[in-house]
Ligand binder design. Structure first.
Ligand SMILES: Nc1nc2c(ncn2[C@@H]2O[C@H](COP(=O)(O)OP(=O)(O)OP(=O)(O)O)[C@@H](O)[C@H]2O)c(=O)[nH]1
Ligand SMILES: [Zn+2]
Length: 205
């Protein structure tokens, strides 16, 4: 760590992050890069606000999915069939352009003696969403975290999202949706389980 701080003086925070002042200075540079004047009245507090909002938008870096998923329940009356939490809304930011990805995650698993608190699944989506992401990485990370900690018979994750980097800039295609899936265990090996996941997801609205 010391070596990193020495080689990269901007990384002067105790955990290797820049200080608040360095973050605010960086925002002032970007404001000038955008063509505005960081010293005009309306922008004076903006660097502090942006630094603060980054703490919230990227709070996933300070959280571990394993901590959230640690609490499981075994008394579920012998229930061992598919559990699906669908339409979990999330906001993320693409790692290429740092602009929003807006979407919904659908997460299912086949329990093997243990179930998760339902809110924990949504919390895991937020932990990975509140980082710089590609949609593929985020999909795989959610599936892996649940697979590793709960060790269920299988996990299925589908994410559908709109990428603002494709809508607001570049190719400028508003309204297109990207779908990604990750399947593990029985969902991966048994096409019938994938069909059941899709049917539960799309079958009843
Ligand atoms: N696979 C994948 N690509 C993404 C994701 N988010 C953004 N991208 C793409 O990342 C690519 C970056 O392409 P580059 O050619 O390096 O960058 P660029 O010149 O800004 O590309 P354009 O967006 O086409 O203007 C673009 O095609 C984006 O659409 C994602 O979650 N997954
Ligand atoms: Zn992008």
């Amino acid at each position: 760590m010391d070596a990193i701080v020495k080689n990269f003086p901007a990384l002067s925070g105790t955990d290797g992050r820049p200080s608040q002042k360095e973050a605010e200075d960086a925002v002032r540079v970007l404001l000038r890069w955008a063509g505005d004047d960081p010293e005009r009245e309306g922008l004076l507090d903006t660097p502090a606000r942006v630094a603060k909002s980054y703490k919230e938008l990227f709070s996933g870096y300070d959280l571990a999915a394993e901590d959230v998923l640690g609490r499981t329940f075994e008394e579920v009356g012998g229930y061992d069939d598919l559990v699906l939490v669908k339409d979990i809304p999330f906001f993320s930011h693409c790692e290429h352009h740092m602009v929003p990805i807006i979407g919904k995650a659908h997460v299912a698993y086949l329990p093997d003696g243990k179930v998760l608190g339902l809110s924990k699944i949504a919390r895991v989506v937020d932990i990975y969403g509140r980082r710089l992401q590609t949609q593929e990485t985020m999909t795989a990370q959610i599936a892996k975290a649940i697979d590793d900690t709960l060790q269920p018979r299988g996990v299925a994750v589908m994410i559908e999202a709109e990428h603002m980097c494709m809508a607001m800039r570049g190719v400028q295609k508003q309204g297109s949706t990207t779908l990604t899936t990750t399947f593990t265990g029985s969902f991966k090996s048994d096409p019938a389980e994938q069909v059941r996941f899709m049917t539960m997801l799309r079958g009843w609205k």
